[in-house]
Design a protein around this ligand. Structure first.
Ligand SMILES: *Cc1c(COP(=O)(O)O)cnc(C)c1O
Length: 429
């Protein structure tokens, strides 16, 4: 693909490659269908014998260009856009797991993904074991079963801000002959490229930093091309035995390294239809064009806000991987030396009640169910996403009742800090 470009160049120039006389800027191919001159060629397309577009549920030039850009940024060989981050994780896993299979996943993952794994996929017959990401390799070994088909985790967990020891998880996965799938939403390839640390497949909720402006839900799957499916053929019949719904194609054979994404497209996108619209892909692409400029600013601002909060008398604790002394400082320094993300969490000495008063008094910072976009925003899980739980249940779920999740945007940091300062003072009064 485009791995010779620097990351900043890929943000701008990756993906869309106009030919002579074509639009310089990625066009929105707002068309469900594509026209062909003869019936025979269309037949070849359906047989995956010829290359070309025929129906936008399966593939669309706008979406493909954006997927190629993200693949280039991650250093992968192929990518596929999905309608959301949820769809990306669901497709990434069910492309290689089906009823009777088992997944080992870090316990500290996004709530939606946790629900997907422990409720919806469980109902479909796929079992999951949630593991403590900080456990020793010996301890983690115990989670594996003969039917384990994948290891899953998040580079930086939302909202726990646990930084995953990528090499440890990659070693475990590979020792058991299964791929390591990493949700890289919070770090983005600007701060961390999991393939460089042994991950095989990366997923994204592009809804967050990638699109970056909170305008568009979307997701993406990228394959490194490094996992040797045929070497573990008995574990992955879907990749390594004929697909009768596609004229007996063996994906890992016919498409080699491209087999995983080809299968996800030809089978799962065909049947489930969780595709991204070309319009949304266009907006995502605009966001990606400034990702390399926005991420350092998010991190710089978050670092200053975290340091400010640490200095506040009313603040009980602050968690941010960029703070020396944070539980994940060292591991973040190793895997993302340039910065982690813009999200931090903290608690107030006045506890849950003061947290609510603090948030109600914020003027510029908005209370929203979102993180990781240009505007600074805040959420109190105990009052919002986890409001059905009492304090005891909250602690069990790993969410302290006083935890405030603060997503630092790219405004003037002095304005963010000033808003926090006045809201703290008002909350105390
Ligand atoms: C938001 C998020 C998701 C889900 O993405 P949607 O685009 O909202 O479907 C998955 N993983 C992580 C880490 C997220 O932050």
């Amino acid at each position: 693909m485009e791995q010779n470009y620097g990351r900043d160049t890929s943000c701008i120039q990756g993906g869309w490659k106009p030919k002579n006389g074509e639009p310089r800027v990625l066009p929105i191919y707002q068309s469900t269908t594509f026209k062909y001159e003869n019936s025979d060629y269309m037949g070849k397309l359906f047989d995956l014998e010829a290359e070309g577009y025929f129906y936008s549920r399966l593939a669309n030039p706008t979406c493909d260009a954006v997927a190629a850009k993200i693949a280039a940024l991650e250093g992968g060989i192929a990518g596929m856009l999905t309608s959301s981050g949820q769809a990306a994780n669901f497709l990434a896993l069910t492309n290689i797991c089906s009823a009777g299979d088992h997944i080992v996943s870090s316990a500290t993952i996004y709530g939606g993904t946790s629900n997907l794994l422990t409720v919806t996929m469980k109902k479909q017959g796929i079992d999951v074991t949630l593991v403590d990401p900080d456990a020793s390799e010996e301890e983690l070994e115990k989670a594996f079963r003969p039917n384990t088909k994948a290891v899953f985790g998040e580079t930086i967990a939302n909202p726990a801000l646990v930084v995953l020891d990528l090499e440890k998880f990659a070693r475990l996965a590979h020792r058991h002959g299964v791929p390591f799938i990493v949700d890289n939403t919070f770090a983005t390839p600007i701060n961390c490229r999991p393939f460089e640390w042994g991950a095989d497949i990366v997923t994204h909720s592009t809804t967050k930093y990638m699109e970056g402006h909170a305008s568009t839900i979307g997701g993406c799957i990228v394959d490194s091309g490094n996992f040797d499916w045929m070497a573990h053929a008995e574990k992955f019949p879907g990749m390594c035995t004929p697909d009768e719904s596609y004229h007996g194609i063996v994906y890992a054979e016919k498409f080699g390294k491209m087999g995983y994404i080809q299968k996800a497209t030809a089978q799962l996108m065909r049947d489930l239809g969780t595709c991204q619209s070309p319009m949304n892909a266009f907006l995502l692409n605009l966001g990606l064009e400034s990702l390399h400029l926005r991420m350092p600013r998010h991190c710089e601002n978050a670092q200053k806000v975290a340091e400010y909060l640490q200095s506040c008398e009313d603040v009980a604790w602050v968690e941010y991987p960029g703070l020396p002394g944070d539980k994940y400082y060292e591991v973040a320094q190793k895997y993302m030396p340039g910065g982690s993300c813009g999200v931090l969490s903290f608690g107030l000495k006045g506890g849950r009640d003061m947290a609510v008063r603090f948030m109600d008094n914020l003027k510029m910072v908005a209370i929203v169910t979102h993180v990781a976009d240009a505007r600074t925003c805040v959420l109190h899980p105990a009052s919002h996403t986890h409001r059905q739980l009492n304090d005891e249940q909250l602690v069990e779920a790993g969410v302290r009742p006083d935890l405030i999740r603060f997503s630092v945007g790219i405004e003037d940091v002095k304005d963010i800090i000033a808003d926090v300062e006045q809201a703290l003072a008002a909350a105390k009064a």
